[in-house]
Design a protein around this ligand. Structure first.
Ligand SMILES: *[C@@H]1O[C@H](CO)[C@@H](O)[C@H](O)[C@H]1NC(C)=O
Ligand SMILES: *[C@@H]1O[C@H](CO)[C@@H](O)[C@H](O)[C@H]1NC(C)=O
Ligand SMILES: [Zn+2]
Length: 995
């Protein structure tokens, strides 16, 4: 409104930027106008609020324990809001929804109205907007999408369209994944800024002006849909040296009253002009950005703002003297707009930004594995959340308010949102904070158990004493150990039926298992291993484990009744421990050979594909560096640095014995008192399972240990191996090499480690060895033909990156925690390998959930006999179709995501597009009014318009005319790697029970 007058005013008075015109709304039109012919410096007032690190998320929010770190998020928001209300030219961005949500809950109507106005005028802008600023190396795509959705949904429901962040902002995560960029592009972000990348990469980009680029984040999704404009911030996320005016900093304030003895405005202005000019030499456009803020800053916002006001005034005043530098308050999205207007040609980026090193010998590759138990718990919690989401959506309000009480999936969603933070799942928080993350997840489990019980009651039509045995991995479960009769419900969250092997702690010698169609299901009983018994401490006392295999329909359950048989004593074989040092195990699909001398695996065979491969697997450790003459850098929670390149075998000769029956064959290997493994083949399973148990890692030496599982083969791999990106697309890695610059390798082991979220593989001519993991780990191929995964680490030193604690994880007994996990080992023809590893990877993170009951349920609904088998689908999804999300979005709305889990070139059979009919997919609920949204479910897809960018390879790619707002649900096509997101109204069919 005042625009015309403003432009008429002399530039010298206002500074060339002009003032902020009267804000007319959020978005582009609220951005300050920057004049041509100047170096325009965008000051971005911001604060970086870790969702837990040295203090817990709530301690940070309230400002408790300021003795640990002075930080109080509530005061930051109070203080900033009051400053913004005071002066319309000021800007602020806020990032972490987990904190903003806490604060918003506590504000009264007046404050809420004021803040809403600030958001609508673009003065307070949400950036990124996820529940937390998630890590990119140890996170799984399923949880990234969920945590972003949770934050974006909160912003949308609170502020509408003006609350939609348009810029992604990962200023602190320790390296950046290609999949994350792909997900951001599909969430509709126009651009992405981050702070950390390899120091050599950064130096090279600064020299060649490639700090800003177009990241093409997929080989499969056609451009421009996978393109994301990406900028590296000049100074991490800190202000330039000397310009930090927070109460946490010591830089001198601007004193611009010439009558004051300490007058310094002229000196500070000159220093600023120099900093700006130097920075501009590293960037392509005539706009540069300065991040004015840092960790937990702006608690006393006036200090920052008052000095920036003076800076702006004094710097722009120099324009009278011919200065061509113009500085003003801005936001990342306004900066991005300016870059877009500049209409330049940007360089292209294809691979990722891993691993991250901030100096020679300083590779942040330890956190890929740090706190392996928590990483396992986090992944398992996602599995449980997906089951919880689905069952809640399948039963609607009956799941939220039923015979077991009131509950919802929200507690777990929030706990998982917090757990994705870049100091949470990374394992880089202090021990007491990590305990808090675990506590939050366990509260999520408690609430989801109520949801699942309510839903099971509603779906089966009976009310039973459901029990969730969360300690099955150490064979502890009160119900199955004590009851003579019990029921087992198996819920399968996948869109395809699965056969699942159940293993339950029992004390009987034989059981009869009856399946959902009254069929007898074969079962076996084996002894609990000594290794497992040693892990139980005071809990449980089962002597044996019952094994059976259940068929479970897609998105549904099967129930089994189990009854103990009383065998006459003479039939009970006591101490039936099998053959010692066995030389092989074998099922229909695989054979594993063992060297009877060493007890180690010596070869594997895929019998179906007729492939054999000599292969040795064993455990080793690296002694951690405590610093040496080359560098004082020790290994710690963030950084992996072995003290030399030689790993030490845990054992050269392992004692082993065989367990063998009609359902399973397994070899138990005892490497040492703190390291063991079970090599296992269940009947009909197309993989070799390696269940490792490692810990307490002894640290009586002076270094601490980094324990790996190493696989060695004779495959000619030429330095090449493959790792996944956040559990999804695969990236090719080359030892001692990076795609975009000539690497000066300073750490031959740690500098070749990459994040493995779900799989790592090597290929020979046409033979592929793949290992699927059950949690995120660091992995590499240090020698040709070999693969290694770091499974555990225990260290004596802090690594000087702020956490201030060595990664000891002493646990309850003080001697170090024990971690148990699984690797699935596959041998295949390279061109067919994806068919198996893609399918199994889905099963790894969306496994069936076991729910037990002591039997004797009472009918819950009026009609019919209890349901013993159920599928929410009319059929099954094809092998290349995945039900990624099925969750309640609002009382009568469902959030649904369908995914094509294959890449385009990797499978003859499965890399084809698929078509799904959503009208007929579900049988138990009826869905209508489908609306397609962006990946974060916060915007109709048809309304999405992203900025397009020119690259050296061509002009900006135009998006196709957006898909029609009305989708045809009967014809949903998915191409390789595509995820499509829908909201739909849901109706629950009556008389579901007893059909
Ligand atoms: C951007 O630059 C290209 C190539 O120089 C030119 O053809 C195009 O017209 C420019 N676009 C705008 C909006 O200025
Ligand atoms: C590689 O890095 C090391 C450690 O910083 C340095 O001493 C050496 O000169 C570098 N080599 C090259 C070729 O740049
Ligand atoms: Zn941080």
């Amino acid at each position: 409104m005042e625009r015309v007058e403003l432009l008429l005013l002399p530039l010298l008075l206002l500074g060339a930027a002009g003032r902020l015109k009267q804000a007319e709304g959020c978005g582009e039109q609220s951005c300050p106008q920057a004049p041509d012919g100047f170096l325009n410096v965008h000051l971005i007032p911001h604060t970086h609020n870790d969702v837990g690190w040295l203090k817990t998320v709530d301690q940070y929010y309230y400002g408790a324990h300021n003795d640990i770190q002075h930080a109080g998020v509530q005061y930051i928001l109070d203080s900033v809001v009051s400053q913004l209300l005071h002066d319309p030219s000021k800007r602020f961005i806020y990032v972490e929804s987990a904190f903003f949500w806490r604060w918003w809950k506590q504000q009264d109507e007046l404050v809420r109205r004021d803040v809403t106005r600030l958001v609508e005028e673009g003065r307070l802008e949400f950036i990124n907007g996820g529940w937390s600023m998630n890590d990119e190396a140890a996170t799984h795509y399923s949880s990234i999408i969920d945590q972003m959705t949770l934050g974006l949904q909160f912003l949308k429901s609170t502020f509408g369209d003006c609350g939609r962040p348009r810029v992604a902002w990962h200023i602190d995560p320790f390296g950046h994944s290609r999949e994350q960029a792909l997900l951001f592009a599909q969430m509709g972000y126009d651009g992405f800024f981050f702070g950390r990348l390899d120091y050599q990469d950064k130096a090279n980009r600064e020299k060649t002006k490639q700090m800003e680029m177009l990241w093409r984040a997929s080989d499969d999704i056609s451009p421009p849909y996978a393109d994301l404009f990406t900028g590296v911030l000049p100074n991490g996320y800190n202000p330039p040296d000397g310009f930090c005016w927070d109460q946490l900093c010591d830089d001198t304030p601007i004193i611009d009253d010439p009558s004051v003895e300490d007058y310094n405005a002229d000196v500070i202005v000159q220093k600023f002009l120099k900093a700006a000019t130097q920075q501009a030499q590293k960037y392509l456009s005539s706009h540069i950005v300065m991040t004015m803020g840092s960790d937990f800053q702006y608690e006393n916002a006036i200090m920052w703002f008052k000095n920036m006001d003076r800076l702006i005034k004094n710097v722009n005043m120099q324009q009278i003297n011919g200065s061509k530098v113009n500085v003003f308050y801005s936001t990342p999205s306004c900066y991005l707009q300016s870059l877009h207007r500049a209409n330049l040609t940007w360089p292209m980026k294809m691979d990722d930004f891993f691993p991250y090193a901030d100096g020679p010998h300083m590779f942040w590759t330890g956190y890929f594995t740090s706190r392996p138990a928590f990483k396992g718990y986090e992944r398992l919690s996602n599995n449980f959340l997906q089951v919880c989401n689905q069952m809640e959506a399948l039963s609607g309000l009956e799941a939220r308010n039923g015979p077991y009480g009131q509950s919802s999936s929200t507690v777990m969603r929030r706990a998982m949102g917090v757990a994705q933070h870049h100091d949470a799942v990374t394992g880089t928080a202090k021990q007491h904070v990590n305990n808090d993350y675990s506590l939050r997840l366990s509260e999520g489990w408690d609430s989801c158990q109520v949801v699942i019980s309510n839903s099971l009651s509603s779906l089966t039509g009976t009310k039973e004493n459901f029990a969730f045995c969360n300690l099955l991995n150490i064979s502890v479960c009160h119900v199955t150990e004590t009851a003579n009769n019990f029921k087992v419900y198996l819920y399968n969250p996948l869109g395809r039926s699965v056969t699942w092997t159940v293993r339950l702690p029992v004390n009987g010698h034989a059981y009869k298992v009856i399946g959902p169609n009254d069929e007898t299901v074969p079962s076996e009983v084996v002894d609990v291993s000594d290794f497992t018994k040693a892990l139980r401490f005071q809990q449980g006392g089962a002597e044996r484990e019952l094994i059976f295999q259940g068929q479970i329909p897609a998105v549904g359950f099967s129930s089994f009744t189990v009854g103990k048989l009383s065998l006459p004593d003479r039939f009970v074989i006591k101490g039936k421990r099998g053959k010692k040092q066995p030389d092989k195990i074998q099922n229909q699909y695989y054979r594993v050979d063992f060297d009877p001398e060493t007890g180690l695996i010596s070869g594997i065979h895929n019998l179906e594909k007729k492939i054999s491969l000599p292969l040795k697997q064993s455990f080793y450790w690296y002694n951690a560096s405590v610093g040496n003459e080359e560098s004082s850098q020790p290994s710690g929670a963030y950084i992996f640095r072995p003290n030399n390149s030689d790993s030490v075998p845990v054992s050269q000769h392992v004692r082993s014995y065989l367990v063998q029956n009609s359902l399973v064959q397994e070899v138990h290997q005892n490497f040492s008192s703190w390291c063991s493994q079970v090599v296992r083949l269940y009947r009909d399973q197309r993989y070799i399972e390696l269940e490792w148990t490692v810990g307490p890692v002894p640290i009586g030496d002076e270094w601490g240990k980094e324990v790996i599982s190493l696989i060695e083969t004779n495959l000619k791999t030429d330095g090449v191996f493959y790792t996944d990106s956040n559990g999804r697309q695969i990236l090719k890695r080359r030892r001692d090499s990076r795609e975009t610059w000539k690497l000066n390798q300073t750490e031959p082991i740690a500098g070749n480690y990459y994040p493995v979220n779900s799989r790592i593989y090597i290929k020979g001519k046409n033979t592929q060895v793949t290992v699927l993991t059950d949690r995120s780990q660091g992995g590499s191929s240090i020698r040709d033909g070999s693969l290694e995964l770091m499974v555990h680490r225990r260290l004596l030193r802090d690594d000087y990156r702020g956490v201030g604690e060595p990664l000891l994880e002493n646990g309850l007994l003080g001697e170090g925690i024990v971690v148990r996990g699984r690797h699935l080992l596959l041998l295949d023809h390279a061109d067919e390998a994806a068919d198996t590893h893609r399918t199994l990877a889905l099963q790894q993170y969306m496994s069936p959930q076991v729910v037990l009951s002591s039997g004797d349920g009472i009918p819950y609904s009026q009609s019919g006999t209890p349901k013993r088998k159920f599928s929410a689908l009319n059929g099954e999804l094809p092998q290349n179709g995945h039900l990624l999300t099925f969750a309640m979005h609002a009382a009568d709305k469902i959030l649904l995501r369908l995914e094509h889990p294959f890449q385009s070139q990797e499978s003859k059979n499965n890399s084809q597009p698929i078509t799904i009919n959503l009208n007929t997919l579900f049988s138990s609920v009826s869905l209508s009014n489908f609306e397609e949204t962006t990946l974060g479910a916060n915007m109709e897809k048809s309304r999405l318009k992203r900025l397009q960018w020119r690259t050296r390879t061509g002009s900006p790619l135009q998006m196709d005319s957006p898909r029609a707002p009305v989708v045809d649900p009967s014809n949903i096509t998915l191409s390789p790697m595509e995820i499509r997101t829908f909201l739909a109204n849901v109706r629950y069919k009556a008389a579901l029970h007893g059909r």
